[in-house]
Design a protein around this ligand. Structure first.
Ligand SMILES: NC(=O)c1ccc[n+]([C@@H]2O[C@H](COP(=O)([O-])OP(=O)(O)OC[C@H]3O[C@@H](n4cnc5c(N)ncnc54)[C@H](O)[C@@H]3O)[C@@H](O)[C@H]2O)c1
Length: 336
């Protein structure tokens, strides 16, 4: 029996990540190869012509799963009836801008779009915030969409997770699909903590801990962490533009696993509203290891955390608490 149509919102659709992500969604990489979709693409007025160009290209691609395209600069029209919202639109940091200025621009965008989405989206809409500062944009989004359950608002750290899998696979000389259960803790920023302490690789003799196979603590505690933390900057240096195709691919992975479930005995990293797990302050959007089932994520509990990890998890938590304070001050809100 044919599946019901799913409406997917993509903001910032005329940008780099949007251009890579729109065809992935329309080809079933986000929701599965048998899931017809209607794509709602939104961007701001100066990008209206480019947005229309993306729409023309999607039509020209004659995609069997794509049952309709809405391309609009009207956020209310864009949000109508959507089941999944992929929030990629945002204000980039420009030369001479202070961190506070970029934060102020973005949190006010996310405040406004949260209200539009909560009023016009379909019930139980799932939200993924990609635009930076992703964790704090997602937090502001959650605060200003009180009727959308907190568990439905997440941010993207899957790109960092995939980068960590890639580094371990390269080091072991195995295919990346044989490696699983790395963790990205905290912020999608250079304070994130990529943790391979629990990661495993499938070998002909069964599952092995990658830390035992590689047996190089120095590499895990220095180069591995720094490479993953700095990978975004390395891409910008090489491409003169920030990562787009890997970000789009990670956004598809994030939603696909959330909606369709994570494979058995496998977790992924998602930025979610902290409930205090692992001693992390509740009320911030923090990346944790999660498993997903029946469209719901849950934080993996009971992992052993050593002192080295604890310190790194706390450092990225501290940055998120500071970002939250800054975001609230930009919006003249008081923290409760
Ligand atoms: N979390 C992650 O892993 C990750 C990875 C890559 C990129 N990003 C972030 O994703 C965002 C998009 O990256 P990009 O390379 O596509 O940038 P881009 O500048 O190419 O595109 C951004 C788009 O957003 C649009 N936009 C600006 N204000 C908007 C608004 N109020 N509503 C809707 N759209 C708006 C712009 O017109 C532009 O088309 C950036 O914030 C980037 O830092 C995050």
């Amino acid at each position: 029996m044919a599946k019901n149509l799913v409406r997917v919102l993509l903001t910032g659709a005329a940008g780099q990540v949007g251009y890579a992500l729109a065809p992935m969604i329309a080809r079933g990489l986000m929701l599965g190869p048998d899931q017809p979709v209607i794509l709602h693409m939104h961007d701001i007025e100066p990008a209206a012509e480019a947005l229309n160009g993306v729409k023309m290209e999607l039509i020209d691609s004659a995609l069997p799963l794509l049952k309709g395209v809405v391309a609009t600069t009207d956020i209310v029209e864009a949000c109508k009836g959507v089941n999944i919202a992929t929030m990629v639109g945002g204000f980039p940091r420009k030369e001479g801008m202070e961190r506070k200025d970029v934060m102020a621009k973005n949190v006010s965008i996310y405040k406004a779009q949260a209200s539009a989405l909560e009023q016009h989206a379909a019930e139980n809409c799932k939200v993924l915030v990609v635009a930076n500062p992703a964790n704090t944009n997602a937090l502001i989004f959650k605060e200003f969409a009180p009727s959308i359950p907190a568990k439905n608002v997440t941010c993207l750290t899957r790109l960092d997770h995939n980068r960590a899998l890639g580094q371990v696979a390269e080091r072991l000389g195995v295919h990346v699909s044989n490696v699983k259960n790395v963790i990205i803790w905290g912020n999608h920023s250079s304070t994130q903590y990529p943790d391979a302490n629990h990661a495993t690789v499938t070998t002909s003799e069964g599952e092995k801990l990658v830390r035992e196979l590689i047996a190089d603590d120095n590499w895990f505690n220095t180069e591995f962490i720094a490479t993953v933390q700095q990978r975004g900057a390395a891409i910008i240096k090489a491409r003169k533009q920030s990562s787009a195709l890997s970000a789009a691919s990670a956004a598809c992975d994030h939603i696909r696993d959330w909606v369709l479930g994570t494979p058995k005995e496998t977790w992924v990293s998602m930025g979610v509203y902290s409930d205090g797990s692992y001693g992390i302050q509740p009320g911030i959007m923090y990346s944790f290891p999660v498993t997903c089932q029946n469209g719901e994520w849950s934080i993996v509990q009971g992992l052993k955390i050593d002192d080295f990890s604890r310190e790194k998890m706390k450092a990225t938590e501290k940055e998120l608490i500071e970002e939250k304070e800054l975001a609230y001050s930009c919006l003249n809100l008081s923290q409760t």
